[in-house]
Design a protein around this ligand. Structure first.
Ligand code: ADP
Ligand code: MG
Length: 254
Protein backbone atom coordinates (compact mmCIF):
# COMPACT_ATOMS: atom_id res chain seq x y z
CA UNK A 1 0.00 0.00 0.00
CA UNK A 2 1.02 3.55 -0.62
CA UNK A 3 2.37 5.95 1.99
CA UNK A 4 1.79 9.05 -0.08
CA UNK A 5 -0.05 11.97 1.51
CA UNK A 6 -3.76 11.65 0.92
CA UNK A 7 -4.78 15.16 -0.08
CA UNK A 8 -4.05 17.45 -2.97
CA UNK A 9 -1.38 15.11 -4.25
CA UNK A 10 0.38 17.08 -6.95
CA UNK A 11 3.02 14.36 -6.65
CA UNK A 12 0.76 11.36 -6.97
CA UNK A 13 0.63 9.71 -10.38
CA UNK A 14 -2.31 10.51 -12.64
CA UNK A 15 -2.42 6.86 -13.71
CA UNK A 16 -1.29 3.89 -11.68
CA UNK A 17 -1.94 0.40 -13.08
CA UNK A 18 -1.11 -2.76 -11.16
CA UNK A 19 -1.17 -6.11 -12.91
CA UNK A 20 -4.11 -5.08 -15.03
CA UNK A 21 -5.82 -7.87 -16.97
CA UNK A 22 -8.76 -7.84 -19.32
CA UNK A 23 -10.44 -10.90 -20.74
CA UNK A 24 -13.32 -10.88 -23.16
CA UNK A 25 -15.56 -13.93 -22.86
CA UNK A 26 -15.05 -16.81 -20.44
CA UNK A 27 -13.07 -20.01 -19.90
CA UNK A 28 -11.66 -21.72 -22.99
CA UNK A 29 -13.03 -19.08 -25.32
CA UNK A 30 -11.65 -16.09 -23.42
CA UNK A 31 -9.55 -13.57 -25.32
CA UNK A 32 -6.78 -12.19 -23.11
CA UNK A 33 -6.62 -8.61 -24.35
CA UNK A 34 -4.46 -7.31 -21.47
CA UNK A 35 -2.13 -9.69 -19.65
CA UNK A 36 -0.75 -7.95 -16.59
CA UNK A 37 -0.06 -4.30 -17.38
CA UNK A 38 1.89 -2.23 -14.85
CA UNK A 39 2.31 1.46 -15.46
CA UNK A 40 2.62 4.81 -13.72
CA UNK A 41 2.03 8.07 -15.53
CA UNK A 42 3.12 11.20 -13.69
CA UNK A 43 1.38 14.55 -13.86
CA UNK A 44 2.49 16.52 -16.90
CA UNK A 45 3.74 13.50 -18.80
CA UNK A 46 2.97 12.98 -22.49
CA UNK A 47 2.72 9.32 -23.30
CA UNK A 48 2.33 7.67 -26.68
CA UNK A 49 1.00 4.10 -26.77
CA UNK A 50 2.22 2.19 -29.80
CA UNK A 51 1.37 -1.32 -30.94
CA UNK A 52 0.13 -3.40 -33.84
CA UNK A 53 -3.54 -3.97 -34.46
CA UNK A 54 -4.89 -6.43 -31.90
CA UNK A 55 -2.16 -5.70 -29.34
CA UNK A 56 -4.64 -4.29 -26.82
CA UNK A 57 -4.41 -0.51 -27.33
CA UNK A 58 -8.14 0.14 -27.52
CA UNK A 59 -8.81 -2.11 -24.54
CA UNK A 60 -6.13 -0.23 -22.63
CA UNK A 61 -7.61 3.12 -23.63
CA UNK A 62 -11.15 2.10 -22.73
CA UNK A 63 -10.00 1.12 -19.26
CA UNK A 64 -7.85 4.15 -18.55
CA UNK A 65 -10.67 6.32 -19.95
CA UNK A 66 -13.12 4.69 -17.52
CA UNK A 67 -15.24 3.43 -20.40
CA UNK A 68 -14.68 -0.15 -19.23
CA UNK A 69 -13.31 -1.96 -16.17
CA UNK A 70 -10.53 -4.56 -15.92
CA UNK A 71 -11.18 -8.24 -15.23
CA UNK A 72 -8.51 -8.14 -12.54
CA UNK A 73 -5.81 -5.84 -11.27
CA UNK A 74 -6.00 -2.31 -10.03
CA UNK A 75 -6.38 1.10 -11.62
CA UNK A 76 -5.92 4.28 -9.62
CA UNK A 77 -6.87 7.42 -11.56
CA UNK A 78 -5.56 10.50 -9.80
CA UNK A 79 -5.51 8.46 -6.59
CA UNK A 80 -9.04 7.11 -6.94
CA UNK A 81 -9.50 3.37 -7.27
CA UNK A 82 -11.75 3.05 -10.30
CA UNK A 83 -11.22 -0.66 -10.93
CA UNK A 84 -14.63 -1.77 -9.76
CA UNK A 85 -16.93 1.21 -10.15
CA UNK A 86 -20.36 0.74 -11.69
CA UNK A 87 -21.51 2.46 -14.86
CA UNK A 88 -22.90 5.63 -13.25
CA UNK A 89 -19.87 6.06 -11.01
CA UNK A 90 -17.57 5.62 -14.00
CA UNK A 91 -19.55 8.23 -15.92
CA UNK A 92 -19.04 10.71 -13.11
CA UNK A 93 -15.29 10.08 -12.97
CA UNK A 94 -15.06 10.40 -16.76
CA UNK A 95 -16.83 13.74 -16.73
CA UNK A 96 -14.69 15.13 -13.93
CA UNK A 97 -11.29 13.79 -14.84
CA UNK A 98 -10.96 12.99 -18.52
CA UNK A 99 -11.03 14.89 -21.78
CA UNK A 100 -11.46 12.63 -24.80
CA UNK A 101 -10.25 13.24 -28.33
CA UNK A 102 -11.45 10.55 -30.72
CA UNK A 103 -10.31 9.76 -34.24
CA UNK A 104 -13.79 10.60 -35.54
CA UNK A 105 -14.07 14.00 -33.73
CA UNK A 106 -17.60 13.26 -32.37
CA UNK A 107 -18.81 16.84 -32.68
CA UNK A 108 -22.51 17.67 -32.63
CA UNK A 109 -23.45 18.77 -36.16
CA UNK A 110 -26.26 21.23 -35.42
CA UNK A 111 -24.38 23.16 -32.75
CA UNK A 112 -21.87 25.96 -33.35
CA UNK A 113 -18.22 25.47 -32.51
CA UNK A 114 -18.72 27.52 -29.36
CA UNK A 115 -21.76 25.50 -28.26
CA UNK A 116 -19.89 22.23 -28.86
CA UNK A 117 -17.04 23.40 -26.65
CA UNK A 118 -19.45 24.71 -24.01
CA UNK A 119 -21.31 21.43 -23.79
CA UNK A 120 -19.12 19.62 -21.20
CA UNK A 121 -19.35 22.73 -19.01
CA UNK A 122 -23.12 22.74 -19.37
CA UNK A 123 -23.19 19.13 -18.16
CA UNK A 124 -20.99 20.16 -15.26
CA UNK A 125 -23.47 22.89 -14.31
CA UNK A 126 -21.20 25.86 -15.05
CA UNK A 127 -23.18 29.07 -15.52
CA UNK A 128 -23.72 30.78 -18.84
CA UNK A 129 -21.27 33.62 -18.65
CA UNK A 130 -18.39 31.62 -17.25
CA UNK A 131 -19.16 28.84 -19.69
CA UNK A 132 -18.81 31.21 -22.60
CA UNK A 133 -15.59 32.73 -21.30
CA UNK A 134 -13.95 29.37 -20.75
CA UNK A 135 -15.10 27.99 -24.10
CA UNK A 136 -13.77 31.06 -25.92
CA UNK A 137 -10.44 30.71 -24.11
CA UNK A 138 -10.24 27.03 -25.12
CA UNK A 139 -11.04 27.94 -28.74
CA UNK A 140 -8.30 30.58 -28.69
CA UNK A 141 -5.86 28.05 -27.30
CA UNK A 142 -6.33 25.77 -30.30
CA UNK A 143 -6.22 28.67 -32.80
CA UNK A 144 -9.96 28.79 -33.52
CA UNK A 145 -11.05 32.02 -31.87
CA UNK A 146 -12.45 33.26 -35.17
CA UNK A 147 -14.47 30.10 -35.83
CA UNK A 148 -16.67 30.19 -32.75
CA UNK A 149 -19.92 30.74 -34.66
CA UNK A 150 -19.20 28.25 -37.44
CA UNK A 151 -20.95 24.91 -37.60
CA UNK A 152 -18.66 21.87 -37.54
CA UNK A 153 -19.30 21.18 -41.24
CA UNK A 154 -18.22 24.74 -42.09
CA UNK A 155 -14.64 24.16 -40.94
CA UNK A 156 -11.93 21.82 -42.21
CA UNK A 157 -11.22 18.34 -40.81
CA UNK A 158 -8.15 19.63 -39.03
CA UNK A 159 -10.14 22.45 -37.48
CA UNK A 160 -12.85 20.00 -36.41
CA UNK A 161 -10.24 17.94 -34.62
CA UNK A 162 -8.82 21.03 -32.90
CA UNK A 163 -12.38 21.89 -31.93
CA UNK A 164 -12.59 18.44 -30.38
CA UNK A 165 -9.42 19.22 -28.44
CA UNK A 166 -10.89 22.51 -27.21
CA UNK A 167 -13.94 20.58 -26.02
CA UNK A 168 -11.70 18.00 -24.31
CA UNK A 169 -9.77 20.73 -22.48
CA UNK A 170 -12.44 23.11 -21.44
CA UNK A 171 -13.20 21.33 -18.17
CA UNK A 172 -9.48 21.33 -17.23
CA UNK A 173 -9.39 17.53 -17.03
CA UNK A 174 -6.71 15.66 -15.11
CA UNK A 175 -6.01 13.58 -18.20
CA UNK A 176 -6.34 14.23 -21.93
CA UNK A 177 -6.84 10.97 -23.76
CA UNK A 178 -6.44 10.93 -27.53
CA UNK A 179 -7.20 7.83 -29.61
CA UNK A 180 -5.51 8.00 -33.02
CA UNK A 181 -6.23 11.76 -33.12
CA UNK A 182 -4.56 12.26 -36.49
CA UNK A 183 -6.09 9.15 -38.05
CA UNK A 184 -8.44 11.12 -40.29
CA UNK A 185 -6.21 14.11 -40.98
CA UNK A 186 -3.87 15.04 -43.82
CA UNK A 187 -0.22 15.87 -43.17
CA UNK A 188 -0.65 19.63 -42.68
CA UNK A 189 -3.66 19.25 -40.38
CA UNK A 190 -1.83 16.54 -38.41
CA UNK A 191 1.11 18.89 -37.92
CA UNK A 192 -1.21 21.62 -36.59
CA UNK A 193 -2.90 19.17 -34.26
CA UNK A 194 0.40 17.87 -32.95
CA UNK A 195 1.53 21.45 -32.40
CA UNK A 196 -1.55 21.99 -30.23
CA UNK A 197 -0.79 18.85 -28.22
CA UNK A 198 2.86 19.93 -27.89
CA UNK A 199 1.75 23.26 -26.47
CA UNK A 200 -0.69 21.61 -24.08
CA UNK A 201 2.10 19.38 -22.91
CA UNK A 202 4.42 22.33 -22.48
CA UNK A 203 1.67 23.97 -20.39
CA UNK A 204 1.74 20.97 -18.03
CA UNK A 205 -1.21 18.87 -19.25
CA UNK A 206 -1.06 15.11 -18.84
CA UNK A 207 -1.66 13.48 -22.22
CA UNK A 208 -2.00 9.87 -23.31
CA UNK A 209 -2.15 9.36 -27.05
CA UNK A 210 -2.83 6.08 -28.83
CA UNK A 211 -1.22 5.84 -32.25
CA UNK A 212 0.38 3.30 -34.53
CA UNK A 213 2.52 5.86 -36.33
CA UNK A 214 6.07 6.38 -35.13
CA UNK A 215 6.41 9.94 -36.41
CA UNK A 216 3.27 10.94 -34.49
CA UNK A 217 4.52 9.16 -31.36
CA UNK A 218 7.80 11.05 -31.68
CA UNK A 219 6.01 14.12 -30.27
CA UNK A 220 5.45 12.44 -26.91
CA UNK A 221 7.87 12.56 -23.98
CA UNK A 222 7.56 8.83 -23.43
CA UNK A 223 6.61 5.88 -25.61
CA UNK A 224 5.29 2.53 -24.55
CA UNK A 225 4.93 -0.40 -26.92
CA UNK A 226 2.25 -3.02 -26.55
CA UNK A 227 2.57 -6.55 -27.87
CA UNK A 228 -0.09 -9.16 -27.26
CA UNK A 229 -1.60 -7.43 -24.22
CA UNK A 230 1.68 -6.58 -22.53
CA UNK A 231 3.95 -3.55 -22.35
CA UNK A 232 7.20 -4.69 -23.93
CA UNK A 233 9.03 -1.36 -24.09
CA UNK A 234 8.84 1.85 -22.09
CA UNK A 235 11.14 4.59 -23.36
CA UNK A 236 11.56 8.15 -22.26
CA UNK A 237 12.39 10.38 -25.20
CA UNK A 238 15.32 12.67 -24.55
CA UNK A 239 16.27 15.88 -26.28
CA UNK A 240 12.82 16.95 -27.42
CA UNK A 241 12.78 20.20 -29.35
CA UNK A 242 10.77 23.11 -27.96
CA UNK A 243 7.20 23.04 -29.22
CA UNK A 244 6.36 25.37 -32.09
CA UNK A 245 4.98 28.65 -30.72
CA UNK A 246 1.82 28.88 -32.80
CA UNK A 247 -0.21 27.22 -35.50
CA UNK A 248 1.46 28.55 -38.59
CA UNK A 249 -1.00 27.39 -41.25
CA UNK A 250 -4.20 28.27 -39.40
CA UNK A 251 -2.92 31.73 -38.51
CA UNK A 252 -2.17 32.43 -42.14
CA UNK A 253 -5.54 31.06 -43.25
CA UNK A 254 -7.62 33.14 -40.87
P1 ADP B 1 -5.90 -2.82 -30.69
O1 ADP B 1 -6.67 -1.60 -30.35
O2 ADP B 1 -4.44 -2.72 -30.36
O3 ADP B 1 -6.12 -3.23 -32.11
P2 ADP B 1 -7.84 -4.25 -29.06
O4 ADP B 1 -7.74 -3.78 -27.66
O5 ADP B 1 -8.94 -3.72 -29.89
O6 ADP B 1 -6.42 -4.03 -29.78
O7 ADP B 1 -7.96 -5.84 -29.08
C1 ADP B 1 -7.12 -6.70 -28.30
C2 ADP B 1 -7.61 -8.14 -28.46
O8 ADP B 1 -8.88 -8.27 -27.82
C3 ADP B 1 -7.81 -8.57 -29.90
O9 ADP B 1 -7.50 -9.94 -29.97
C4 ADP B 1 -9.27 -8.34 -30.12
O10 ADP B 1 -9.77 -9.23 -31.12
C5 ADP B 1 -9.87 -8.68 -28.76
N1 ADP B 1 -11.10 -7.93 -28.46
C6 ADP B 1 -11.23 -6.59 -28.40
N2 ADP B 1 -12.49 -6.23 -28.06
C7 ADP B 1 -13.18 -7.39 -27.91
C8 ADP B 1 -14.53 -7.71 -27.55
N3 ADP B 1 -15.42 -6.75 -27.27
N4 ADP B 1 -14.87 -9.02 -27.50
C9 ADP B 1 -13.98 -9.99 -27.77
N5 ADP B 1 -12.69 -9.76 -28.09
C10 ADP B 1 -12.28 -8.48 -28.17
MG1 MG C 1 -7.75 -0.30 -31.60
Amino acid sequence: MTTRPKEVGADRPVISLRDLCKEYGVSDLAVHALRGVNLEVERGDYLAVLGASGSGKTTFMNIIGCLDVPTSGRYLLDGIDVSFLDESQLALVRRRKIGFVFQSFNLIPRMTALANVELPLAYAGVRNKQRRQRALAALALVGLADRSNHMPNQVSGGEQQRLAIARALVTSPTLVLADEPTGNLDTAASADLLAVLDRLSAAGRTIVMITHEHDIAAHAKRQIHMVDGRITEDNRIVGLADPPPLLASSMVAS
